[in-house]
Structure formats: structure tokens, C-alpha cells
Design a protein around this ligand. Structure first.
Ligand code: SF4
Ligand code: SF4
Length: 138
């Protein structure tokens, strides 16, 4: 499946990826509307929060709005989502994101736009094996 990979040793903390992401999906530059979150820690280390397409949330959604596509990417079908936010509370990666400007949450779909703009080569779209469960394949 297609998934975003982050290499913390290369990341320079410029946050360009967050700007690119919010521009891509919301046409604004707003970190709170980015599907990737770069976190700088007190010890100088850097980490990133984003969806790793594991798909455990698929079975949490009460209306089957979450599904995995042929590329293995977990998608939120907006027409079906009722905005209960169960997936937001569930996600152990804090990768299903809610913003009060819209009723439905959002997540990384491995579009790769941030990869193209990262000046440090710290992001990549990679192919990994799709987890066998849970949830139906779309
Ligand atoms: S664009 Fe690249 S270098 Fe900049 S914060 Fe994001 S991952 Fe790190
Ligand atoms: S917020 Fe939408 S996608 Fe998430 S669990 Fe609720 S209905 Fe499903």
C-alpha cells in the first residue's frame, strides 16, 4: 500500500510540509488544517504525526464511511460520514484530525504533495504491505 514515510534525521523543522498540505486541501496556509504535524521536542528531536494507513479506524466508524482503496490508502467518504468523531478519538497515531471549520475530520491520503516540496528530502511515498485486516477492500 501507499504510505507517507518521514525521516526525522533529515527534517529541518521548516514546516513547509504543513503549509503545502493545508494549501492542497483547504486553500489556506494554516497548520491546524494540515494532515501532517511536525513536532519539535524539548530534547531537540523532531517527529511527525500523520496517518500510516493502518486502518484500525475502519471498523470503528458506525456508518462505514472509512474504507481502504486499491492503493491501500484509507479514505473518509464525506457523503457517508456523520461527523461523530469516533475515529478522531480512537486513532492512536492522532492522525485523524478535526477542525471546527468543518464537521467531518480529515487525514493524510498519501497524495505526496508535501514530498515534492520538502527541501530536505525528509518525506517520501513508499510501498509497504497492506495490513490484512480490518475492514473491506474498496
Ligand atoms: S517540509 Fe520536510 S524538512 Fe520541512 S518540516 Fe516538513 S518534513 Fe521537515
Ligand atoms: S467522524 Fe465520520 S468517518 Fe469518523 S467514525 Fe464518525 S462517521 Fe465515521
Amino acid at each position: 500500500m501507499k504510505v507517507l514515510a518521514f525521516y526525522p534525521d533529515r527534517c529541518v523543522g521548516c514546516h513547509i510540509c504543513e503549509e503545502v498540505c493545508s494549501q492542497t486541501w483547504f486553500k489556506v496556509t494554516d497548520r491546524d488544517k494540515s494532515r501532517i504535524r511536525i513536532q519539535e521536542h524539548d530534547d531537540g528531536s523532531i517527529s511527525a504525526l500523520y496517518c500510516v494507513q493502518k486502518g484500525d479506524c475502519i471498523d470503528v466508524c458506525p456508518v462505514n464511511a472509512l474504507t481502504r482503496n486499491k492503493q491501500g490508502v484509507v479514505l473518509l467518504r464525506e457523503k457517508q460520514c456523520v461527523g461523530c468523531l469516533s475515529c478522531v478519538g480512537f486513532c492512536p497515531y492522532l492522525a485523524m484530525i478535526y477542525h471546527p471549520d468543518q464537521s467531518q475530520p480529515f487525514k493524510c491520503v498519501a497524495c505526496g504533495n508535501c514530498v515534492d516540496e520538502c527541501p530536505a528530502g525528509a518525506l517520501e511515498i513508499v510501498e509497504v504491505e497492506t495490513p490484512s485486516a480490518p475492514g473491506p477492500q474498496a
